[in-house]
Structures are given as structure tokens and as C-alpha cells.
Design a protein around this ligand. Structure first.
Ligand code: G6P
Length: 622
């Protein structure tokens, strides 16, 4: 989704803003722009479509745009095509927004999110003499602020507050007012924005990596708060315009954690960080030989009283939830349903009052997952967030928070955060099983040992990655790939298929193996690749039979299994072995070759692995 940066200080703003936007590139975008002003001069706007380098070239890496205060934006198109006219910043005046150069407008701004009632507001503004040059909802929001600013002759904070009361939707806004040189104004609702202060300078950004090189003490802007930024200071205001205290959160990630560290892409770096991500997450939950969830506020009494569980999440986090559904039901014998947050949020939610709703999210900002959280809370149901980003909205609003310790994840295609989510879900399942008397003390000990063995086993798979690289080069021209599995193997298939399609653009689908004959098998032709995940002892023979049916129709078969399982090699064309592990936790191993396959296919096809087209790392609009 769109990325916002802002800076007011001593050094030149444009290079700082460009650097910040580079750090936010992972969010996904299709155009970019900056507005910079020098003292009381007019703000100068520059925009470009495509990659950030196009923008950087226009301003000679920043050197051609003078000034110590500015805002910047990477746009992921929602309303209006990704053209230069629609690119941000937008202005309050009736100028043609496509032009670069000084702008006469009183308000210049950038926006992330969606203004839902923008058509109604646009009609109102048109009737007051405003004209519109772009098809964006952002231009409407900025002109609305300008309208209140002038109509009531009020200051920026009051004008922004009036806008916030009037608009529906989600937004993070950064604005500069012509009458207030050296100042930036920001406001947000349901779209993230943070502030950092260091050495007499103030930084604004959509996400932490953009400011990490300056400070690790972050100020989160709360929903419906506005902020005035001046060099070295920030002042927070509530909707009444009253100043409110600012609270800082210390981020333990260091700046290097968000750099490539010698790897060609963030994704392969993050794949290699999985042993550590899983180890750190487990280490935070396993103490003195037992699983301790008190850090998340989950006492034994709370855990014992849960009647049912719903897991709501999106994308890979939903896949982690799917795995959790099988593992929790299996170990703790509590009914669990993993649901897509985008569906869950609009359902009647017929849930028992003693239910637990678990939200899984790397970013902690996904719009649908946040809405699912709020819907559950509104019904008085306890919510548990399994989140990676400290201080994110979902983490702050949930009743209980269990942090995954994956560190900053930059590649759009998640790997280490997904693995850390699995680890957290396994620990929860094991603890639930023990507290509820479903497993004996000896089993509890066994499961904890099995959990602690996962990181080394992942490392072992990574040591042997060349075989998968070789296989990927052979299948770089594939058009369709099918992933099948039963039970937990189905959950892994979903993630393997997503990894493939999102970064290699090869059409792929995941099917519960038993469903294959109800439609998909008609798509099997000569040479089509069918990948079977075969780790569940009682189910894998059935999946192998389904694979044989595909082979009989010309498919090429790849199987992922663990040593000692049924002789898979006799039935498939290419076998990948992962180390043996308890079947409840083996998804953590089976997924790794599939992540590597997706990665190497994307590399072999010469694609932008870390920034796949049309995708965003954090989806903050519905
Ligand atoms: C996007 C990302 C996925 C991620 C999903 C949910 O689609 O590209 O990798 O799984 O959002 O994100 P979250 O931050 O809630 O885990």
C-alpha cells in the first residue's frame, strides 16, 4: 500500500525523503512524488510514474530540490490509474496536478487509505468553486481541509479535525500549509503512521524501517489524532484540538535488520533467517521447561475456560491459521475455525461468549484483520493478536498480544513471519492441550522438545537448497502448477501455492487432495506439474493415489515428504525430503522447500522478487 514520509529539520529534505521512500518500497507502489519547501518559499512538487529511480533521476538524486521540510509518497493505485497526474502529492489549488514545480496552493498533501464518501464530498466542494485535476480521493481530502481552513479561518489542526469528522474511510495524511513554513501536519485513522525525533530533526513515516537509521524510539500516532511536526519536536492533538501526551515505544530491531546483508534479495535473506525467527519466538514463550503465555496475559484459567476458537487473518497469515486449526483441534480438542478476515468481519458471528478470536498478522495493520478484531471486540469476545510489528494497531487494540519475534520483514512474500506465526500457534496449541488435561506431562515435555528442534531442522533444509534451485530452473517456463495435500498438508499446499504465484506469476492452485476429482483434474494435461505435500502418515497414501491419477493423465509429480515415510520415491518423479518431526509441527519444515521453489522460480524468470507487481506488503485498505 502507499508509503508516506515526511521530514523537517536542518539537512536537505529531498535525499532524506527519497531514502525513506526506498525503505518503504516493499509496501508496493506504482508512482511516487515529493513536495519540498525552503523556508517560506512555495512548496515544489515533483512526481514520476514507475520505480523510485524515475523520481530520483528527475531531481538529481534529491540535489535539485532545495529545502529542509518536505513530504513524500509512493502510491499504490486505488482510485484512478497510476499516472503522473494521479500521483501524490496533491494540492488544494485549481492547478493541473500533473505539473512539476512550485505550487501556488495553500495546502499540499499525501495520503494513504481510502476516503469512502469522496464522491459526496467532491460534489460539495465543486459547488463551492473547487475544481479537480485528478481522479483521486486524496485530492478531495486535501481540498476539504483547505475549505475548512479558509471558511472558518482556523489553524491547520482545527481544519484537519473538521475534515476527520466529515470523511468516512481510512487514511494517513501528511500536509504542508503555505502559511506555516518548516511545519508538517499529520493525521490518521486506520492507516499506520509513526514519528521519530533525532538531533533536532523530526521524521514521519508509514512504517518503522524508514526512520530506523535515525532513531529507535518511535511515537505512534493514534486513531483520530493529528500531529504538528516542527524540527526536533512533535505535538499530538485529539479530535477536540486539545494537546495530548506523546508516548514513545522502543524498537529493538536495528537498522541492519532491515538491510539485505549481502543477500541478493530480502526474500532469500528472510528465508535464511527462519531458524532464528522460530527460535526467538519459541524462546520468548518457553520458560523453565514449560510454555508460559503470561507475557500475553493468558493465564491457565483463561485458557481452560475457552469454549471455541476462531482464527481470522489474510493471505499467508490465514494459512498459518489453517495450520493452527488442525494442530489446536488435534492437540487441545477445542473446536477451531480459521476464517478469512474479509469474510469473518461481515458475518453474524454466532460465537459462544467464552470463545477466543485469534487475529494473526505480520504487520498488525491489515484492514480486514483489524476490522475482524473490532467486530469480535464489539460482541464482547476475547481477542488474541499474534502480531510481528510492535505497537501496531492490531497489537494495541487486542485484549491479549502474543508477539512473534521475526524481526522486520521487507520482502512482500512473507516467509520468516509466517514461520514465526506457526511457532506461536504450536506453542499455544501445546499449552492449551496441557492446561485442559488433553496431554500428559510426559507428552507436554515431548512436544516442547519437538518444538525446540524445529530451528535446526529448518537450517538443515536450507543447507540443501541447490537441488530445489536446479528443479526451479527446469520448471521456469511452467504455466500451471497444482499443489495438493490432506489435513495439515493441505494447509502447507495453500502457502506453497501462494508463494509460487505471487512472485513467479505462474498460475498455481492448492487443493485438498480429495477435491481434485471434483473439477480440477480436468485441467491436468501432459507435463503439468503437480506437487504433493506428503507428511501426514495416515493421509499421505491417499494423496499419493490422487497424484497417480494425475500422472496417468500426463502430469509430472513432485513430492515433499520426510525420511522414513512410505516409499514416496516409487510413485513420484522428484522427491524432496525434509527431516522427521512430530506431524503436528512438520508444516514448519515442509513449507521451506516450497518457499525456496517460489523464490528460485522468480529469480529464474528474471522477476522483481521482493516487489512483485500489484502486490503490497501491508494491505491497509479493504
Ligand atoms: C499481504 C502480504 C502477505 C500477507 C497478507 C496479510 O497480502 O503480501 O504476505 O500474508 O498481506 O498481512 P499481515 O500483515 O496481516 O500478516
Amino acid at each position: 500500500m502507499c508509503g508516506i514520509v515526511g521530514f523537517t529539520g536542518v539537512q536537505q529534505a529531498a535525499p532524506v525523503l527519497l531514502d525513506g521512500l526506498t525503505k518503504l518500497e516493499y509496501r508496493g507502489y506504482d508512482s511516487a512524488g515529493l513536495a519540498v519547501r525552503n523556508g517560506s518559499s512555495l512548496a515544489e512538487v515533483v512526481k514520476a510514474t514507475g520505480k523510485l529511480r524515475n523520481l530520483a533521476e528527475k531531481i538529481d538524486g534529491g540535489a535539485a530540490l532545495k529545502g529542509t521540510c518536505g513530504i513524500g509518497h509512493t502510491r499504490w493505485a486505488t482510485h484512478g490509474e497510476p499516472t503522473q497526474t494521479n500521483a501524490h502529492p496533491h494540492v488544494s489549488g485549481n492547478a493541473t496536478g500533473s505539473a512539476s514545480g512550485p505550487v501556488e496552493s495553500d495546502v499540499v498533501g499525501v495520503h494513504n487509505g481510502i476516503i469512502e464518501n469522496y464522491e459526496e464530498l467532491k460534489a460539495k466542494l465543486l459547488s463551492h468553486g473547487y475544481t479537480f485535476y485528478s481522479s483521486t480521493d486524496t485530492e478531495v481530502a486535501i481540498k476539504l481541509v483547505d475549505y475548512y481552513y479558509k471558511k472558518y479561518k482556523i489553524g491547520p489542526i482545527d481544519a484537519i479535525n473538521r475534515m476527520m469528522v466529515r470523511v468516512r474511510g481510512s487514511y494517513a495524511l501528511a500536509l504542508m500549509f503555505r502559511d506555516y513554513p518548516g511545519e508538517i501536519y499529520a493525521a490518521r485513522k486506520d492507516s499506520p503512521m509513526i514519528i521519530g525525533i533525532a538531533d533536532g530533526e523530526t521524521f514521519l513515516a508509514s512504517d518503522v524501517p524508514a526512520v530506523l537509521r535515525y532513531t529507535r524510539d518511535i511515537y505512534y500516532i493514534d486513531n483520530l489524532q493529528s500531529v504538528r511536526l516542527v524540527p526536533g519536536e512533535a505535538h499530538f492533538f485529539d479530535l477536540n484540538g486539545d494537546e495530548v501526551p506523546m508516548v514513545s515505544t522502543h524498537i529493538s530491531w536495528d537498522a541492519e535488520a532491515a538491510e539485505k546483508g549481502g543477500y541478493e534479495h530480502f526474500m532469500i535473506k528472510e528465508i535464511h533467517e527462519q531458524p532464528r525467527a522460530v527460535k526467538d519466538t519459541l524462546a520468548s514463550l518457553i520458560k523453565d521447561g514449560g510454555i508460559d503465555l503470561s507475557g500475553a496475559g493468558l493465564t491457565d484459567e483463561i485458557l481452560a475456560g475457552i469454549s471455541e476458537i476462531r482464527i481470522a487473518a489474510c493471505g499467508s497469515a490465514w494459512h498459518a491459521g489453517m495450520a493452527g486449526q488442525y494442530v489446536i483441534e488435534n492437540l487441545a480438542e477445542i473446536p477451531v475455525r480459521a476464517e478469512l478476515a474479509s469474510e469473518f468481519r461481515y458475518k453474524k458471528m454466532l460465537i459462544d461468549k467464552d470463545a477466543l478470536v485469534i487475529l494473526i498478522s505480520q504487520s498488525g495493520e491489515t484492514a480486514d484483520t483489524l476490522a475482524a478484531l473490532r467486530a469480535a471486540k464489539a460482541r464482547g469476545i476475547r481477542t488474541l493478536a499474534i502480531v510481528n510489528v510492535v505497537g501496531s494497531t492490531i497489537a494495541r487494540e487486542a485484549d491479549n498480544v502474543l508477539y512473534t519475534l521475526a524481526g522486520p520483514e521487507i520482502a512482500v512474500a512473507t516467509t520468516k513471519a509466517y514461520s514465526a506465526q506457526l511457532a506461536a500457534v504450536y506453542a499455544l496449541a501445546t499449552k492449551l492441550a496441557f492446561v485442559r488435561g488433553k496431554i500428559a506431562a510426559s507428552d507436554y515435555k515431548y512436544y516442547i522438545e519437538e518444538l525446540q528442534a524445529i530451528p535446526d531442522k529448518i537450517s538443515h533444509i536450507l543447507d540443501d537448497k541447490e537441488r530445489i534451485q536446479w528443479f526451479a530452473s527446469k520448471y521456469a517456463n511452467a504455466h500451471d502448477v497444482f499443489f495438493i495435500g490432506r489435513g495439515l498438508d493441505y494447509a502447507v499446499s495453500l502457502e506453497g501455492s501462494l508463494k509460487m504465484k505471487e512472485i513467479s506469476y505462474i498460475h498455481s492452485e492448492a487443493y485438498a487432495a480429495g477435491e481434485l476429482k471434483h473439477g480440477t483434474i480436468s485441467l491436468i494435461e501432459n507435463g503439468i506439474l503437480v506437487i504433493g505435500v506428503l507428511t501426514q502418515g495416515e493421509l499421505l497414501e491417499k494423496t499419493v493415489s490422487n497424484m497417480a491419477e494425475c500422472k496417468a493423465r500426463g502430469a509430472y509429480l513432485m513430492g515433499i515428504t520426510s525420511n522414513g515415510n512410505y516409499n514416496v520415491e516409487d510413485s513420484v518423479n522428484f522427491t524432496i525430503y525434509v527431516p522427521r518431526a512430530d506431524e503436528n509441527f512438520i508444516a514448519s519444515l515442509a513449507v521451506v522447500p516450497l518457499q525456496l521453489l517460489g523464490y528460485y522460480l522468480s529469480v529464474a524468470r528474471g522477476l522483481d522478487v521482493d516487489r512483485p507487481r500489484n502486490l503490497a506488503k501491508s494491505v491497509t485498505v479493504e
